[in-house]
Design a binder for this molecule. Structure first.
Ligand code: GLN
Length: 529
């Protein structure tokens, strides 16, 4: 029988529930089970694609082109779970489906209500999540904090689901146990209240994970056990990690959390081997030296806006054995630039900060500093090259200047003089063929690759011959539509722009080849400075 684990959060948001869910999934995978992940998000947006990164952080994209919550990025980095549109559902999607069914007359004269129509739809998504890959375990993370009005339908659906499949379900509640300086002790009251709220909805947690600053005493665990109606051996602490977020699975493992989960779900338990994760932490703790990378973007105040990019950079640095300092450079303050061992311009939309990003590319090209452009960052590389090497002063992207006379980056509809197909986003995985002898080919070690996209504008092939003649190698193509996916400046140690988002496919255990090589290029630059 397939098992289902539900992870809820209490007391405050930002407890690291996503990281925890991903870490638990990793431990279960190491125990030999196949896992499916599902993130349930209480907001009403159908997907986070339309949300501002200032507010919600990064939008993560799956192979099948779903725009999702950034927690799916954590799931990718820690596990090998297959992620797709069945790995995520928002209230917006659930309601949209139910309302569409109602309009089609599917409910035949019934009054359509939260219970049972919305809750049935949620339960169906939970079942669906595990079906496609026939996984052993489905791990469901519920966004938000228990007690929020928005998450009530999800919690009600989980209550029903657990009632209907009681032997195969497990409810984990993650809470916060603060240490109050003034009182000189830790406080369990917020946890007690959070569990009370959960119980008033009809959910009894089976296991409690307490986020805290230092290890909880047996006495405190006993108190939480008593007040929260959970045996003491099911109360665990999750201490703030010191070195890296990749310590979380190790820390949970040391306490035997996965063993306890298996015991509660009657799953056969085997030893877990986390040697490769130990090695990662070891490298993080003992770096050869420090590198500094400048990330030039415009959503840098939100720490999660470029989550996957930051993580992928760290993966490259861990592999190289270096400590990486990421300097956030606001793209409209280009005076802050200079002094870094390399620059990365990540994805983005809109005009603000555009010229500052072009400055960054110019600095890197002229001074032969490693440059990595992702999506918008590739468009920046191309426009800078066109302006300053090809001498096309007015070169621009039509996103920034719709009337430019040199649209080196533009919408396909503009390139092909068709007006009714613009405005559609290119989303999800596309194959890409690499040119022999290119930096990209050297990184991947293979001619055909697949990467994920999320953009509207494209390189304009009208400029291809001219650009190549002057030393811009267009080294990757989506052949079916003759789209140019990668641009490399030739007379330069490492200046590469990619139209896709490689950061979504990097793991600490398997750094993405382009991030790995970008960091290597920074190492050589730093050594020869
Ligand atoms: N704004 C650019 C486009 O739509 C780049 C998008 C991105 O960087 N994700 O093509």
């Amino acid at each position: 029988m397939r098992k289902y684990i539900f992870v809820t959060g209490g007391v405050v948001s930002s407890l690291g529930k996503g990281l925890t869910a991903a870490s638990l999934a990793l431990l279960l995978e190491k125990k030999g089970f196949s896992i499916a992940m599902l993130k349930l998000d209480p907001y009403l947006n159908v997907d986070p694609g339309t949300m501002n990164p200032f507010e919600h952080g990064e939008v993560y994209v799956t192979d099948d082109g779903m725009e999702t919550d950034l927690d799916l990025g954590h799931y990718y980095r820690y596990t090998s779970a297959h992620l797709s549109r069945t790995s995520t559902a928002t209230s917006g999607q659930i309601y949209e489906t139910v309302i569409r069914k109602e309009r089609q007359g599917d409910y035949l004269g019934k009054t359509v209500q939260v219970i049972p129509h919305i809750t049935d739809e949620i339960k169906q998504r939970i079942v669906q999540a595990g079906e496609k890959e026939q996984t052993d375990v489905v791990l469901v993370e519920i966004g938000g904090t228990v007690g929020d009005i928005e998450s009530l339908p999800f919690l009600e659906a989980i209550r029903q689901f657990c009632y209907e499949h009681s032997a195969d379900t497990l409810k984990i509640h993650m809470t916060y146990v603060p240490h109050l300086e003034a009182a000189g002790e830790v406080k369990t009251k917020p946890t007690q209240h959070s569990v009370q709220t959960l119980r008033s909805i009809g959910i009894m947690p089976d296991l409690i994970l307490c986020r805290c600053t230092s290890s909880l005493s047996e006495e405190i665990k006993a108190k939480i056990s008593l007040f929260c109606h959970v045996p003491p051996q099911s109360v665990f602490d999750e201490i703030d990690v010191k070195t890296s977020i990749y310590e979380v699975p190790l820390m949970l493992h040391r306490q035997g959390v996965a063993n306890r989960i298996c015991e509660l779900l009657s799953l056969p338990s085997k030893e877990v081997d986390l040697a490769e994760w130990e090695r990662i932490i070891d490298r993080v703790r003992n770096p050869k030296a420090t590198l500094t990378v400048g990330v030039v973007g415009k959503y840098l105040q939100h720490k999660d806006a470029y989550k996957s990019v930051f993580e992928a950079l760290q993966h490259g640095a861990i592999e190289a054995g270096y400590h990486l300092e990421i300097r956030a450079i606001e793209s409209d303050k280009s005076e802050e630039m200079g002094g870094c061992d390399g620059y990365l311009v990540p994805g983005g939309f809109g005009k603000r900060g555009w010229e500052g990003k072009i400055e960054a590319a110019k600095l890197c090209r002229e001074q032969k500093i490693p440059y990595f452009g992702i999506c918008l960052g590739m468009q920046v590389l191309v426009v800078e090259f066109a302006r300053h090497v090809l001498g096309l002063e007015n070169a621009d992207s039509t996103e920034m200047n719709p009337t430019t006379t040199e649209p080196v980056i533009s919408l396909l509809s503009e390139q092909q003089q068709v007006t009714d197909m613009g405005g559609t986003m290119r989303l999800g995985a596309y194959p890409c063929l690499l040119a022999e002898g290119s930096l990209a080919m050297r990184a991947y070690g293979s001619r055909s690759i697949s990467e994920r996209h999320r953009h509207r504008y494209e390189f304009n092939n009208k400029y291809k011959a001219l650009a190549e003649k002057h030393g811009l190698l267009l080294s990757g193509h989506y052949e079916a539509e003759n789209l140019c996916e990668i641009a490399e400046v030739q007379d330069h140690p490492w200046m590469v722009g990619v139209q896709f988002h490689p950061e979504f496919k990097s793991r600490p255990t398997e750094p993405h080849p382009l991030f790995r090589d970008f960091v290597k290029a920074m190492v050589s630059y730093a050594e020869n400075r």
